[in-house]
Design a binder for this molecule. Structure first.
Ligand code: TPP
Length: 493
């Protein structure tokens, strides 16, 4: 239960992050609105996505509160990575942004640069790009957030990966299949994943499927996937802060309990992992109407809700009112630094999600222990007389890589590890599988370094999440079907 003091602080952070998100989309000067807003303060070309940003900021501050309250090691995957301003705003408030980019200092001068650089010539991209502190997931091509989150959690028993899934993103094939990751998450050796399905109701120009089905059907769907949904719904900030804090605490408690039972009491079988279903208006706290048309809580809030601000004095005035609605004078001091109340919720040091080393895998990367490949050579005494299968030999090599690197190497594949002749790996490990196991099954077990699911997207997404958090792996697939993930791989590369 949030105390009044905590509620005030959580709300202060949220208002500050929302203010900084709007500022990045619109302003190139006058960051603190210490002067009346003039048309020259506005960027000539307006870019960015407002609609998702208040939800991303809302989740961020509530996860921060929980990190402190429960001393969690947590990273944040933002499925709607088009909400780049939100990721940057939170990293700036946490101080990480200025530590990495000192010219974007945590004061008025830095804030002006923070605003101007966003989606601006010579500046930073509009999405949660790799240079965003705390990011392993850009989110440009939607669908991979949950796969990345699970990939990050594998073999990281102390980590919890919070993952915002956009309700639009949830319509994609890769995301839809990613819910099955619960059948592959080992509660003993892996960390936890906390999916937060964000039902802000709309995509670019349409409602979303999951926001328009009856709630009992949605709950049944998610329960069928192996989750225990916790519902948080509304638009009154104070009520929502209380509800979200309680939901996050409940979810963390359930994750910890599942892990404890598996690790201490050896409990096995199908588990029901918690998740949060968060229903808020799209573009929450933004303009309710523009030119007589509803915006907050509709698809019109998706990108830039007020356009032509330089040319249209009414829109300029509306933008000023919107920015002032966050009461920036209460959030930033005379030098433009966040005041003490705003800075109360976040954790410090590496516990900040924007500074967590798991989101910067290079810091944790260790070289693989590799056997000498010469030991696997096939003697060819006379040309044309020796018959051997190269991938069978590769399987023997991989078997020994697996044995030598039990916590930092995984093999993924869409049901083809055996038919690709890599079966020697099963001398060293199982295929991980948390669902039912029958007597006739082979090499299936609750722990294991091989992961097989008939979704090339999920295989690639798990592996990407695993690699981006500083580990190693191999994805094996038939050449005919690997092209499913061409575009996905391009984005990763
Ligand atoms: C695979 C893919 N298809 C289409 C798009 C174009 N696109 C960008 S944002 C968006 C809507 C996303 O809706 P949602 O995931 O619910 O995010 P939010 O509403 O929070 O912005 C679409 C269709 C995309 N980025 N990726």
């Amino acid at each position: 239960m949030l105390t009044d003091e905590e509620l005030r602080r959580v709300d202060a952070w949220w208002r500050a992050a929302n203010y900084l998100s709007v500022g990045q989309i619109y302003l190139r000067a006058n960051p603190l609105l210490r002067e009346p807003l003039r048309r020259e303060d506005i960027k000539p070309r307006l870019m960015g996505h407002w609609g998702t940003s208040p939800g991303l900021n809302f989740c961020y501050v509530h996860l921060n509160r929980a990190i402190r309250a429960h001393d969690l090691d947590m990273i944040y995957v933002m499925g709607p990575g088009h909400g780049g301003p939100a990721a940057v705003a939170n990293a700036w408030l946490e101080g990480t942004y200025s530590e990495i980019y000192p010219h974007v200092s945590q004061d008025a001068v830095g804030m002006a640069r923070l605003f101007r650089q966003f989606s601006y010539p010579g500046g930073i991209p509009s999405h949660v790009a790799p240079e965003t502190p705390g990011s392993i997931h850009e989110g440009g091509e939607l669908g991979y957030s949950l796969a990345h989150a699970y990939g990050a959690a594998f073999d990281n028993p102390g980590l919890i990966v919070a993952c915002i899934v956009g309700d639009g993103e949830a319509e994609t094939g890769p995301l839809a299949t990613s819910w099955h990751s619960t059948k592959f998450l080992d509660p003993v050796n892996d960390g936890g994943v906390l999916p937060i399905l964000h039902l802000n109701g709309y995509k670019i120009a349409n409602p979303t499927v999951l926001a328009r089905i009856p709630e009992n059907k949605l709950v049944a769907l998610l329960e069928g996937y192996g989750h225990r949904p916790i519902l948080v719904s509304g638009d009154d900030p104070a009520m929502m802060h209380r509800a979200m804090a309680a939901a996050v605490d409940e979810a963390i408690g359930q994750i910890t309990a599942i892990q404890h039972q598996a690790r201490e009491a050896g409990a096995t079988g199908r588990l029901r992992w918690p998740m949060i279903v968060l229903r808020t208006p799209k573009g929450w706290t933004g303009p309710k109407e523009v030119d007589g048309l509803p915006v907050e809580g509709t698809w019109r809030a998706h990108q830039v809700p007020l356009t032509g601000v330089r040319e249209n004095p009414a829109h300029l005035a509306q933008l000023e009112t919107w920015l002032q609605s966050y009461r920036p004078e209460e959030l930033f001091d005379a030098e433009g630094r966040p005041v003490a109340d705003v800075l109360a919720p976040p954790p410090t040091g590496d516990r900040r999600m924007s500074a967590n080393p798991h989101a910067n895998g290079g810091l944790l990367l260790r070289d693989l222990e590799l056997p000498d490949f010469r030991g696997y050579a096939i003697a060819v005494d006379k040309p044309g007389t020796t018959f051997t299968e190269p991938t069978r030999t590769l399987g023997e090599f991989l078997r020994d890589v697996i044995s030598a690197n039990p916590e930092t190497f995984r093999v993924t594949g869409p049901d083809e590890t055996a038919s690709n002749r890599l079966s020697a790996v099963f001398e060293a490990t199982d295929r991980v599988w948390q669902a039912d196991i029958r007597d006739t099954d082979e090499h299936l077990g609750p722990h294991g370094q091989v992961m097989e699911v008939l979704s090339e997207h999920l295989c690639e997404g798990w592996l990407e999440g695993y690699l981006l958090t500083g580990r190693h792996g191999l994805f094996n697939s038939y050449e005919a079907f690997i092209h499913f993930v061409d575009s996905m791989f391009n984005q990763h590369a």
